[in-house]
Design a protein around this ligand. Sequence first.
Ligand code: TPP
Ligand code: MG
Length: 270
Amino acid sequence: MTNEGLARQIRRDVVEMTHIAHASHVASALSIADIVAVLYNGVMNISPQNADDPNRDRFVLSKGHAGAAVYAALAEKGFIPREELRTYYGMNGTESRLSGHISHKGVPGVEISTGSLGQGVCVACGFALAGKKDGRDYRVFAVVGDGECDEGSVWEMALFAAHTKLNNYTVIVDRNNLQSLKSTEDTIALGDLSAKWKAFGWDVVDIDGHNCGDLKSVLSGKRDKPLCVIAHTVKGKGVSFMENDIVWHYRDPQNEQYEQAIAELGGDPL
Ligand SMILES: Cc1ncc(C[n+]2csc(CCOP(=O)(O)OP(=O)(O)O)c2C)c(N)n1
Ligand SMILES: [Mg+2]
């Protein structure tokens, strides 16, 4: 499957999962579909066969509220059965290991549970440090929200990773300019994020976070320093009425909205 094809499938699954579960964060998951698709579709050395191999690459979704996108990728790549996506959130009387905020408990391919913003990037940094200390050459990737960058721990990690020269570590900032209730700039202004990460000692690349070709080339190369990719994205990407509309941080797609979303993504509704 192409990266673009996988991203589209992730978006369809995300809409369906949040529809069935009456779950929040559909727009946050749509925002990162292309990033997750490119990572799981060949950039990372990770598969159901090597999910426990100490030399595997590691992925951490620091903005753990968007876990639906990662569960969808894991299903498409054979880590978990596709039918299980319908149990997401454990709503409607179903038992589920696929909790709303991403969980590693019993879920192959998920390295660490996240959801408390500002924590995942720090754990991922520790994975990268451990790789260096153990003499392994795996890479570590983390996706952090732009609103999440309000957390002080993100910047403490940024200092530490540069100081310890963790060139095996890549942080992708999902720069969609929105957080839960309003824009990032109206909450705590982030300003020039590229200049900030650069000042903290990182290589920084700004790209269109929905361009799979650009994502693939920037994420594939080797670096001398830790790498921060500022991925410029649209929250709700792929569903016209969700794009850049803050209500879709919490609202779940129901009835005609669900049907329209699936139609726009080129699928059949349930
Ligand atoms: C420590 C912490 N504080 C608050 C929250 C509640 N919360 C969940 S998502 C969110 C907004 C995150 O915005 P951003 O990082 O930009 O992610 P996006 O929704 O754009 O994907 C907040 C404040 C949380 N999960 N953890
Ligand atoms: Mg955001």
